[in-house]
Ligand binder design. Structure first.
Ligand code: SF4
Ligand code: MG
Length: 326
């Protein structure tokens, strides 16, 4: 059974201009230990997908469908019930990691609190010494040269990159079943970025953590992921094993994103400038009819303009496009 099973997820935001349909018809199953790169241009709904799973959507959001973890639909839990799942079942590293920390508590207090949660939920008796040790170790793993000093700091005394690493350290302590990371390496320098990627891979291998790695950078997704999910206008357009999607993208949008990538070694080193697709992604207030990609698609047919294709399984790939039967 899949660890995470999302069915018919819809997320909209009520605004004074009307309801924005940000995610629609999202169907996704994720297994233990998978690292799933969630990619798409900005405004494709990537962050919203993460926020829906972690149940941290803004107050004006409406969500329907189901997000099942361990036989429980997270969307149906009360805020209080959700507290038992947050952290150790689902943990999200937000794009602005400042919001994951309490501004009036020290880093040490917050990391030791994470250690307490992890110990209590795994039935271990709380030990302050052990919590301190876990916090120091996690900070060392994130390459803080002076973890004892960082423990005494308040969030506002740290740089953006340090905050990001503290939140990553927290995720190492919590060891959630599902870790959602929204552009988690964007504020980090290249060496630390590589370290974080290794830590994620280690987590997925050793703890079977499922990781949803949200990024606009496909080459970064390629380095870390085992699977790729491509979002466009709030829809999954393609979903499959990372190697095969990169080598043989099926959806015209994915093809556009990685067109002109002559060899994967360059791709891996991040040296390739991704092709930009003519046109812009649509506004969620005014989505096109039919296939949401049709105004930018070089293969558009009549049916594409009137009827939206469904997610269809083609061999080991899932794709939403009339070229493959829709
Ligand atoms: Fe292009 Fe039609 Fe496929 Fe949409 S459904 S991606 S418009 S071919
Ligand atoms: Mg985002």
């Amino acid at each position: 059974m899949a660890l995470l099973s999302i069915k018919d997820l819809f997320v909209g935001y009520r605004t004074i201009m009307g309801t924005l349909h940000v995610l629609d018809d999202v169907n996704l199953e994720i297994n233990k230990g998978e690292i799933v790169g969630i990619v798409g241009e900005s405004g494709s709904g990537k962050s919203t997908l993460g926020q829906a799973i972690a149940r941290v959507l803004p107050g004006n959001a409406i969500a329907s469908g189901s997000i099942m973890v361990d036989g429980v639909n997270l969307l149906e839990l009360s805020e209080k019930e959700m507290e038992n799942y947050r952290g150790t079942t689902v943990f999200m590293i937000l794009q602005n990691p400042f919001t994951s920390l309490n501004p009036v508590k020290t880093v040490g207090y917050q990391l030791m609190e994470a250690a307490r949660i992890r110990m209590e939920r795994s039935g271990e008796k709380y030990s302050e010494d052990r919590a301190y040790e876990m916090a120091i170790q996690a900070l060392k793993d994130l390459r803080f040269p002076d973890p004892e000093i960082i423990m005494l700091r308040y969030p506002h005394q740290l740089s953006g990159g340090q905050i990001q690493r503290v939140v990553l350290a927290m995720s190492l302590i919590l060891r959630p079943k599902i870790l959602i990371a929204d552009e988690p390496t964007s504020a980090l320098d290249v060496t630390i970025q590589a370290q974080v990627i290794n830590l994620f891979k280690q987590l997925s291998k050793e703890m079977e953590t499922a990781i949803l790695f949200i990024t606009h950078d496909i080459s970064l997704a390629y380095v870390i992921s085992t699977r790729l999910v491509v979002l466009y206008a709030g829809r999954i357009m393609e979903d499959g094993d990372i190697e095969s999607v990169i080598r043989e993208p099926m959806h015209p949008y994915t093809q556009g994103l990685i067109a002109g990538v002559p060899d994967l070694s360059k791709f891996v080193s991040g040296k390739i400038k991704l092709q930009s697709i003519p046109g812009n992604p649509p506004s969620f207030l005014d989505l096109p009819s039919g296939c949401k990609f049709h105004p930018r698609c070089p293969y558009v047919k009549d049916i594409c303009k009137v009827q939206e294709p469904k997610l269809t399984r083609v061999n080991n790939r899932i794709v939403r496009c009339w070229l493959y039967g829709g």
